[in-house]
Write a protein that binds this ligand. Structure first.
Ligand code: 5AD
Ligand code: SF4
Length: 466
């Protein structure tokens, strides 16, 4: 195996799982001499880590592949193109047929096999395609030594989904729910904190479905609760010194148990922010979506979490124009939004995905109606974000600085509620968590002034995030 230095360009689409996966791909390719470059024309290996969730996301991949193909032609063919992620899983061989310039297709459970596929350099379709569901093998193949680039890191704890919402491709592309073992997660967390990470974001398609045997029990010690849930894992991580902030995403209302809710009261470092998609504010639509919860179940959870942690902020995902959605159903969604008061949210027009039950349902909603509902919902959502942000003006918030801002000496950080905060004269504090007084707000971000300048930043993190 040669280790001549070679440029690697990874473009990531979609969710945070993909962001995590891209980082790990870069890690497994390092021993082969691959180092990351910032544009595809500097690369010998181009990886598109793709998303299949909506049609638009999938089409973007094929148009990007067309452009990369031209790059490859200009380089005399001396560039390897790999398609990874959920489009790879769902479309498989079809990708090579549609875009013959693609050399490798590797699904989200198989990219630990990338080095071996590259080394083979074979032209046979079988050797260029890897879409097995080998999730245990995947996590097992990653070494715990990750090379972090900043003070905040994703840590994948769970993959896949068994919920089978009728609109969603994830159960088909990512497979069944799988939880990594608690000891693996704690080891990886320890390694990250040792490198200066002070914020961990636990990620999973259904992160709060995470469960696993207690590590103490595995090691044969103590009077421990035999089976841990996410709340218990968070309590343990909350004891890590140096770990100033913990988050988790994305959760399902059905898995929002009391242990997790109480962790919000008990664990100081757990951010008071919860991304809890509800999708619709109509019981009929929730049923047709197979969500397994009603509107009042959702409101009850929000209420319980708020009682555990009064300063909690909430975000959600919504789909408008699901088959059969009437004006009254949509009004239900608007009224849920008004009742909860979200700090931020995402809204999408329903996009039928091949192979999902909803794609065969009657009652298709006209595109113009979808558009109109989306714009009404987005305007409600952005009003709420503006109000939420304006309400923080005058308060002091802990901000974790992660990168340089646009202005000279400015740094960009995130509040405990995931609001972007711009602060002048804070560049040297990147990598640190500092108290900031909020002086102005827009619908999308805050401006603040440093209150406490004692927390040292990390020069290497400033470099990495420039
Ligand atoms: N159409 C539109 N939006 C979808 N989502 C998932 N599948 C679809 C689809 N077929 C949205 C959901 C989910 C988010 C990640 O993407 O709101 O929470
Ligand atoms: Fe998709 Fe529903 Fe699973 Fe979320 S819970 S990944 S929307 S099937």
């Amino acid at each position: 195996m040669t280790t001549t230095p070679k440029g690697l360009f990874i473009k990531t689409y979609g969710c945070q799982m993909n962001v995590y996966d891209s980082e790990r791909m870069s890690d497994v390719l390092k021993p082969l001499g691959y180092f990351e470059v910032d544009s595809p024309d500097k690369a010998q290996l181009i990886v598109l880590n793709t998303c299949h969730i909506r049609e638009k996301a999938t089409e973007k991949v094929f148009s990007e592949l067309g452009q990369i193909r031209r790059l490859k032609d200009e380089a005399g063919g001396d560039v390897t193109i790999a398609v990874a992620g959920c489009v790879a899983q769902a479309e498989g061989e079809e990708i090579i047929r549609r875009q013959p310039a693609v050399d490798l297709v590797v699904g989200p459970q198989s990219y630990h096999r990338l080095p071996e596929m590259l080394a083979k350099g074979s032209r046979s379709i079988e050797d260029r395609l890897e879409t097995d569901f080998a999730v245990t093998e995947k996590f097992g193949a990653f070494s715990n030594l990750r090379n972090v680039k900043g003070p905040s890191a994703f840590l994948s704890v769970q993959e896949g989904c068994d919920k089978f919402c009728t609109f969603c491709v994830v159960p088909y592309t990512r497979g069944a729910e799988y939880s990594r073992s608690a000891s693996d997660i704690l080891n990886e967390a320890e390694g990250l904190v040792g490198q200066g990470v002070c914020e961990l974001v636990l990620v999973g398609q259904n992160v709060n479905a995470w469960h696993g045997a207690s590590p103490a029990l595995v090691e044969g010690g103590g009077r421990e609760q035999a089976e841990w849930d996410l709340g218990r894992l968070i309590r343990r991580l909350g004891q890590f010194e140096g770990l100033k902030r913990l988050r988790y995403t994305t959760s399902h209302p059905r898995d929002m148990n009391d242990s997790l809710i109480m962790a919000h009261r008990e664990v100081d470092s757990l951010a008071p922010f919860l991304h809890l998609p509800v999708q619709s504010g109509s019981d009929l639509i929730l049923k047709a979506m197979n969500r397994g919860h009603s509107v009042s179940d959702y409101l009850h959870i929000v209420d319980k979490v708020r009682r555990a942690r009064p300063d909690m902020s909430f975000a959600s995902d919504f789909i408008v124009g699901f088959p059969g959605e009437t004006d009254a159903d949509f009004e239900g969604t608007l009224s849920l939004v008004r009742e909860v008061g979200f700090s931020q949210s995402y809204a999408f027009k329903y996009s039928p995905r091949p192979g999902t039950p909803a794609s065969d349902m009657n009652g298709e909603v006209e595109e113009s109606v979808k558009e109109e509902r989306l714009s009404r919902l987005l305007s409600e959502i952005s009003n709420q974000s503006r109000v939420f942000n304006l309400n923080t003006v005058g308060s002091k918030l802990q901000v974790l600085f992660t990168r340089k801002g646009k202005g000279e000496g400015q740094a960009l950080g995130y509040s405990p509620h995931m609001q972007p905060v711009h602060v002048d004269g804070a560049e040297a504090l990147i990598g640190g968590l500092c108290e900031v007084k909020i002086v102005a707000a827009t619908g999308t971000s805050l401006t603040g002034q440093l209150v406490d300048k004692t927390n040292p930043g990390r020069a290497d993190f400033i470099e990495a995030r420039t």
